[in-house]
Write a protein that binds this ligand. Structure first.
Ligand code: SF4
Length: 199
């Protein structure tokens, strides 16, 4: 598998916010979101078995880049993690649906649809282990309050999240995301890893 890094940290956003996990960050992405803060160039190549040897916690977050770009190896990794009893989380932009038999091995998939892409909302929204996380912001791939108000009625509230865009440690847009989430009755996600990063 082409990897950017494997590291141990605390999940800073989404439904597992605050929980310790091993992060497996896979290289490559099929989208080019303006201002993307992920350097998705591969830095190492490991087999799924070798990745497993680097897991240091009960919870594993597979992220990217876009992890579904390596679907075959990703499916092998998920099956191996499932077999050893790991709690598996994945973060994806939703453009590549994951096969049902693999998806059911995942404890929680967080789909972050990018505006203007083909994010398969109908497929993901009906899966009970999937949370949808919208990034609120001014970039072309982010969501506006108007669009999210239109979309909210078709989404299950307890599995819908709104998070502010940005890598500024003060998170100046967080209050807008908080207010919108409150008015729509959906979840607010902070970005703790951004707020708490060392200077
Ligand atoms: S989908 Fe995510 S990783 Fe890919 S370009 Fe967009 S923000 Fe970056």
């Amino acid at each position: 598998m082409r990897l950017i890094e494997i590291f141990y940290s605390i999940q800073g956003e989404g439904p597992a916010m605050g929980r310790p996990a091993t992060f497996v960050r896979l290289a490559g992405c099929n989208l080019r979101c303006q201002g993307c803060d992920t350097d998705d160039r591969p830095r190492q190549e490991l087999s799924p078995v070798e990745v497993i040897r680097n897991i240091r916690s009960p919870m594993v977050v597979i992220t990217g880049g876009e992890p579904t770009m390596q679907m075959e190896e990703l499916s092998q990794l998920i099956s191996l993690l499932h077999r050893q009893g790991s709690e598996i989380h994945i973060e994806t932009n939703g453009t590549n649906p994951i096969a049902e038999d693999i998806l059911e091995k995942i404890h929680c998939a967080v789909v972050s649809p990018k505006r203007g892409s083909d994010y398969n909302l109908d497929f993901w929204a009906e899966k009970k282990n999937v949370h949808i996380k919208f990034v609120l912001g001014k970039a072309s791939w982010c969501w506006t309050p108007e669009l999210l108000r239109e979309m909210a009625p078709i989404l299950e509230r307890k599995r819908t999240w709104i998070m502010a865009y940005g890598t500024d440690q003060n998170m100046p847009e967080a209050r807008d995301a908080w207010d919108l989430a409150l008015s729509l009755g959906v979840n607010y996600s902070d970005r703790l890893h951004i707020r708490l990063k060392r200077k």
